[in-house]
Design a protein around this ligand. Structure first.
Ligand code: ADP
Ligand code: MG
Length: 765
C-alpha cells in the first residue's frame, strides 16, 4: 500500500447565508494515497468544489479532522495553512485563476518566486514547464490573450512547477474541447505516478481510462468510492524524465529556503529579508508596469493629496509665527516692513564700507542701506495719489489759499546703496544731492525734474514737510514704485534724527535782546546760498533780515544741550515758498561745518520674514547686533487678527484631517478593484505577510513619485512667481519637508494597513 497523504475524518461543512444554511459536506470520510489519480464526480452543487477546497487548504471545515501525512490539522493557524498551500498543494482552478494583466511567464514565475526560487531559477523552471504543457513561445503573451485550453494548460503548468506532492484540479477540462481535454488528463495521469492527483470532473467518461479511483458525491455525501483500472497505469507518454530531474533539484531548493528562514543569525536573516524584499519588489513593480493606467491613476490621486497637504502645511508654517496677529506701532520705525532688520556693530562703533559689503554677502540678504534713518522718511511724488492740493477762498479775496494734503504714507526713501549700475536701463546712478533714479518703460523721463515732498513722520513735528525738485538721472530696468535717492539727500533729511549730531539753533532775538530758542530746526542745504548765508521762513521770529548772530548748540551724549556752542554770524534771507517753517536753509559750506555723515546703523532687507532668525544669527556671528523692525514694533495682540490666524490654522488642520479620510477611503476602494489578483496569489501559496509587503511597496513607490512631483511643481510655481507659492516656499525649510514627507508616508501606510485588513478579511472569508 502506498503512503497515505490526506485523510478526512467526518468532515462537515455548512455555508451560512442570510436566509438559509446550506450543508455542502456531511461527514465525509476519505483517505488519499500517493500515486492515486482520483476523479470526483457528482452533479452541480453536490459539494465537489467544497471538498477540493478543503483538501487544498483554501477553505475551512466545521467538523471532523483532516490529517496531512498522518498529522492532524486542528492546531493549524493561518500561517500553517499558508505553508501548507505553498509547499504541499498545486492547485489547478476551473476558472484558471490567472493574473490577466501578467504575461504567461510572469504568471508562472509568480508561483515560483513565492516558493522562494531566485528569479533566474524561476525563469528556467517556468520555461521548462511551459514547454511541458506545450506553451513554448507564448512566454510574453498576456494571460488574457490565451485561448481557454492554453489558459488551463498555463494553470496546470503553474501548479506543476511548484513540484508539490499533491495536485488538486477543479474541473480542469470543463472549459476545453475534448481533444485538448484528453491531453490535459493524460498530462495529469503522467504526473500522478509519484504524486497524489485529485480531480473534480463533470465528464467522467473522458477521464475513465486514466483514473485509478472514482468518487461520486451526492448532496454532500460520498455515495460511490471505487478503485478502477486496478490502479494500473494507462495513458500517454510525456517528457516524464525531464520532469523528474527538475523536481529533485527544486525540492532541495525549497528545503534550503525553509531551513534558512528557521536559522538564527544576523546574516541569514538579512538575506531572507533581502530575498523577501526582492520578491515583494518583483510583484509590486509587475503590478505597476502591467497596469500603467492604474499606476498613473494612483500616482495622480496621491499627487493631489500631496499637493493639498503641501499647501496646507505651508500655510501652517507661514502662520506659525504669531507676528501677524499683533498691532504694528510705527513709533520707532515708521516704515512697516517685515523684511527689514536694523543692524549695528555690537560694540557700538561706526560701520564702514567693509561692514556693508560683509552684510551684503550673507544668504537671504537682499539690500543693505547705510542710510538707515532715511528708510523711515516718506516721500510723496504723485499728485492725487500721494498728495493733493486743496483750494479755499477767503471772503473778498480773488486768489485761492492753497493747502497741501498728504494722502498716503506708503512710499519710503531708499538710498542708492540698494541698487547698482546693472539695475539701470538708462542713465547713471544718483551722485548729487538732488538726483534720483526711478522706473519707467523708456528713457523719456531722463533729465526731467520731479517735485517731491518729504516727511519724517515720526521725527519732525506733525505737519512739517520738506519740498524739493529732484532730477531723474537714471531709469531702472525692473518695474518698481521705489525711487532711489542719493546718499547726500538721505543723510541730509535724516541728519536731525541722530541725537549725537542733532542741534538746536538759537538765534538772537533783537526785540527780546536775547538768544531765543528755535528748537528742533532741521538744517537743509540750499544750493543758492553761499558761505554763511541762511534762509528762514517768513514767519520765523528771528528779528530782522540781514546780518545776525546764530548760535549752534549740540546735544551731548546724554541728550542734554551741551555747554559748548558755536557762534556764527549769518546773513538771513526770508523764505517765501516751499517747505514748512522748521527748516533752516543753509549753504553747503555751513552745513558741512557742523555736520558730517556718520553710519552707526544700517537697514538690512532680507528676502522673506521667514528667514529673520537665520539672518540675525548670521549677523551676530559676524559681530553685529540686529533686530527685526517688525518684531520690536509689534507688541499687543489684535483680537480680530488672532481670530483670523486661528481660523486659517483651523482650516489647515481640518484640511489635513479631511485628507486622511479622503485618501484612506478613496484609495482603499481603488485598491479593492484588484483584490481578485490577491486571491490568485493566495491560492498559489503566497503568504499574507508577502501580500502586505507588496501593497506597501507598491503604494510606497507611488507616494514617493507623488511627493517628487509635488515638490517639483511647487518649485516651478515658485520660480514662475506665483505669490501664494513664493511666500510659502520661504517658510519651507528642512522641518517643513520632513513634516510633508512624514504626513504623506503616514497617510499611505494608514491606507495600505486599512486595505490589508480588509484584504485579510476577504481572503480568509
Ligand atoms: P459543486 O462544486 O459540486 O458544484 P460546491 O461545492 O461549489 O458544489 O457547492 C456545494 C453547495 O454549497 C452548493 O449548494 C453551493 O450553493 C453551496 N456553496 C458553495 N460555496 C458557497 C459559499 N461561498 N457560500 C454559500 N454557499 C456556498
Ligand atoms: Mg464546483
Amino acid at each position: 500500500m502506498e503512503q497515505v497523504r490526506i485523510q478526512l475524518e467526518g468532515i462537515s461543512k455548512s455555508y451560512y447565508a442570510k436566509t438559509a444554511v446550506t450543508q455542502a459536506l456531511r461527514k465525509i470520510n476519505l483517505t488519499f494515497r500517493m500515486g492515486e489519480f482520483v476523479a470526483i464526480t457528482g452533479e452541480s452543487g453536490s459539494g465537489k468544489s467544497t471538498l477540493l477546497n478543503i483538501i487544498g487548504g483554501m477553505d475551512t471545515f466545521d467538523d471532523g479532522e483532516m490529517y496531512v501525512d498522518g498529522q492532524p490539522t486542528f492546531q493549524y493557524d493561518e500561517e500553517d495553512w499558508e505553508e501548507y498551500r505553498r509547499n504541499k498543494i498545486g492547485y489547478v482552478f476551473q476558472d484558471y485563476s490567472l493574473i490577466g494583466h501578467y504575461t504567461v511567464l510572469d504568471n508562472m514565475m509568480s508561483g515560483l518566486l513565492i516558493m522562494g526560487l531566485s528569479s533566474d531559477e524561476a525563469k528556467n523552471t517556468a520555461r521548462h514547464y511551459l514547454k511541458l504543457v506545450g506553451l513554448e513561445g507564448y512566454e510574453l503573451h498576456k494571460a488574457t490573450e490565451l485561448s481557454s485550453g492554453q489558459k488551463q494548460r498555463l494553470s496546470i503548468a503553474r501548479a506543476l512547477a511548484k513540484n508539490t506532492g499533491i495536485i488538486v484540479a477543479d474541473e480542469p477540462t470543463g472549459n476545453l474541447d475534448s481533444e485538448t481535454g484528453d491531453q490535459i488528463i493524460a498530462l495529469l495521469k503522467e504526473l500522478s505516478k509519484d504524486r497524489l492527483v485529485i480531480m473534480v470532473t463533470h465528464n467522467y467518461e473522458q477521464a475513465e481510462k486514466y483514473v485509478t479511483r472514482k468518487i461520486r458525491i451526492h448532496e454532500g455525501e460520498v455515495v460511490v468510492d471505487v478503485l478502477v483500472n486496478n490502479g494500473e497505469e494507462a495513458g500517454g507518454e510525456l517528457q516524464g524524465e525531464s520532469v523528474q530531474q527538475q523536481e529533485s533539484s527544486e525540492q532541495e531548493k525549497v528545503i534550503e529556503q525553509q531551513t534558512l528562514s528557521e536559522q538564527e543569525g544576523e546574516a541569514s536573516r538579512k538575506k531572507v529579508f533581502w530575498e523577501q524584499f526582492k520578491t515583494a519588489w518583483y510583484f509590486a513593480s509587475k503590478n505597476a508596469v502591467t497596469q500603467l493606467g492604474r499606476a498613473t491613476l494612483f500616482t495622480i490621486f496621491l499627487s493631489i493629496i500631496a499637493i493639498a497637504s503641501f499647501v496646507l502645511l505651508g500655510q501652517l508654517l507661514v502662520y506659525e509665527d504669531d507676528i501677524s496677529t499683533k498691532i504694528y506701532s510705527n513709533k520707532a520705525f515708521y516704515r512697516q516692513d517685515d523684511t527689514r532688520l536694523v543692524v549695528k556693530k555690537a560694540d557700538g562703533s561706526l560701520l564702514t564700507d567693509a561692514d556693508f559689503a560683509k552684510m551684503k554677502e550673507l544668504a537671504y540678504v537682499v539690500d543693505v542701506d547705510s542710510c538707515d534713518y532715511a528708510n523711515d522718511i516718506n516721500y510723496y511724488v504723485t499728485e492725487d495719489e500721494d498728495y493733493e492740493y486743496l483750494y479755499s477762498w477767503h471772503w473778498g479775496s480773488r486768489d485761492p489759499v492753497i493747502t497741501l494734503k498728504f494722502l498716503s504714507d506708503k512710499k519710503f526713501m531708499k538710498s542708492v546703496d540698494c541698487i547698482t549700475e546693472q539695475d539701470l536701463a538708462y542713465g547713471r546712478l544718483p551722485e548729487k544731492r538732488n538726483e534720483i533714479v526711478i522706473y519707467d518703460t523708456d528713457d523719456s523721463l531722463l533729465n526731467r525734474s520731479k517735485k517731491m515732498y518729504f516727511k519724517a513722520n515720526n521725527i519732525w513735528d506733525s505737519g512739517e514737510y520738506y519740498e524739493a525738485n529732484l532730477k531723474i538721472v537714471g531709469i531702472l530696468k525692473e518695474e518698481t514704485e521705489q525711487i532711489y535717492f542719493s546718499k547726500a539727500m538721505c543723510q541730509m533729511l535724516s541728519m536731525d534724527i541722530d541725537s549725537d549730531l542733532s542741534r538746536i539753533v538759537y538765534a538772537y532775538d533783537y526785540r527780546k535782546m536775547d538768544y531765543a530758542q528755535k528748537p528742533e530746526m532741521v538744517l537743509v542745504i540750499a544750493d543758492d546760498l553761499k558761505d554763511n548765508q541762511v534762509r528762514v521762513s517768513k514767519d520765523i521770529e528771528v528779528g530782522v533780515t540781514g546780518e545776525i548772530l546764530f548760535r549752534f548748540w549740540e546735544y551731548d551724549e546724554n541728550g542734554e544741550i551741551s555747554e559748548e556752542y558755536v557762534e556764527q554770524t549769518v546773513v538771513v534771507q526770508k523764505k517765501t515758498t516751499g517747505h514748512t517753517r522748521d527748516f533752516l536753509e543753509v549753504s553747503q559750506e555751513l552745513f558741512d561745518k557742523y555736520y558730517q555723515a556718520e553710519n552707526k546703523q544700517a537697514s538690512v532687507y532680507i528676502a522673506s520674514y521667514a528667514k529673520t532668525d537665520e539672518v540675525i544669527s548670521a549677523l551676530e556671528r559676524l559681530g553685529y547686533s540686529a533686530i527685526s523692525t517688525i518684531r520690536v514694533s509689534t507688541t499687543d495682540y489684535d483680537e480680530i487678527l488672532v481670530f483670523d490666524r486661528l481660523k486659517v490654522m483651523g482650516i489647515c488642520f481640518g484640511g489635513l484631517l479631511a485628507l486622511i479620510f479622503a485618501e484612506v477611503l478613496i484609495l482603499r476602494s481603488l485598491m479593492k478593484i484588484r483584490v481578485k489578483d490577491y486571491f490568485v496569489l493566495k491560492f498559489i501559496g503566497m503568504k499574507m505577510q508577502m501580500i502586505r509587503k507588496i501593497s506597501y511597496l507598491e503604494i510606497g513607490v507611488y507616494v514617493l513619485v507623488a511627493m517628487g512631483i509635488t515638490v517639483a511643481l511647487m518649485w516651478a510655481l515658485n520660480f514662475a512667481g506665483i505669490p501664494l507659492v513664493t511666500e510659502m516656499m520661504w517658510y519651507y525649510e528642512l522641518k517643513g519637508y520632513i513634516a510633508f514627507a512624514a504626513y504623506n508616508l503616514f497617510l499611505s501606510v494608514l491606507t495600505v494597513a486599512s486595505f490589508n485588513r480588509l484584504l485579510k478579511g476577504r481572503l480568509n472569508a
